[in-house]
Write a protein that binds this ligand. Structure first.
Ligand code: PNS
Length: 163
C-alpha cells in the first residue's frame, strides 16, 4: 500500500491545493491530507475548521483522508506508515523554502522521501494568503477556492474584521 502525506497550513484550501490532492490521489493508494501548524503563520481559520473545509471539497475522493496534527511532520508520516511527503511546487520562489523543509525532514527521518509535483499553470499564482487579501477587500475569489467554501471564507473574514 503506497501511502503519502500531503501537508500544509491550508488556511484556507485553494484550488491549487485541490489540484495537487486530486492528482496525488491517482498516484497513491492512500493520501492523507495533514493540516499542520506552521509556527511562522498566523491563522484565519482554526485547524479544525480547515479540516472540515478540506473534507467538504474532497468527499468525492475515496482514498483521501483529512486529519490535523500538532507536531512534527515526520512523526505524522511514521504514524500513518507513509514513506512519501507530497508537496506542490508553484514557482522558483517556492524552491528555497521547500528545499529547506525537505532537507530538514530527511535529516529527521531519512526513510521518508519528499516528492514535488508541479502545480498546474492556471494555479501557479495562487496562495491562501492572496485569497485572504482579495476576499478581505471585497474582490472575487471564484475560481481561486472551491465553490463550496466561498461563502465560508467571506463570512470568516467579515466576522474577524479582516484579520
Ligand atoms: O502550507 P505551509 O504553511 O507551507 O506548510 C508548512 C508545514 C505546515 C508543512 C510545515 O510548517 C510543517 O511541516 N510543520 C510541522 C512542524 C515540522 O515538522 N517542522 C519541521 C519541518 S521544517
Amino acid at each position: 500500500m503506497r501511502v503519502a502525506i500531503y501537508p500544509g497550513s491550508f488556511d484556507p484550501i485553494t484550488n491549487g491545493h485541490l489540484d495537487i490532492i486530486t492528482r496525488g490521489s491517482k498516484i497513491f493508494d492512500r493520501l492523507i491530507v495533514g493540516v499542520l501548524v506552521n509556527i511562522d503563520k498566523k491563522g484565519l481559520f482554526t485547524i479544525e475548521e480547515r479540516v472540515e473545509l478540506i473534507k467538504k471539497v474532497t468527499k468525492h475522493l475515496p482514498n483521501v483522508e483529512v486529519i490535523c496534527f500538532n507536531g512534527l511532520l515526520v512523526d505524522l508520516a511514521k504514524e500513518y506508515n507513509a514513506k512519501v511527503i507530497l508537496k506542490g511546487l508553484r514557482a522558483v520562489s517556492d524552491f528555497e523554502y521547500e528545499f529547506q523543509m525537505a532537507l530538514m525532514n530527511s535529516q529527521l527521518d531519512p526513510n521518508i522521501e519528499t516528492l514535488f509535483m508541479m502545480t498546474s499553470s492556471e494555479y501557479s499564482y495562487l496562495s491562501s494568503s492572496s485569497v485572504k487579501q482579495v476576499a478581505k477587500f471585497g474582490g472575487k475569489i471564484n475560481g481561486l477556492v472551491p465553490d463550496e467554501i466561498i461563502t465560508e471564507v467571506y463570512n470568516k473574514i467579515r466576522n474577524l474584521g479582516g484579520e
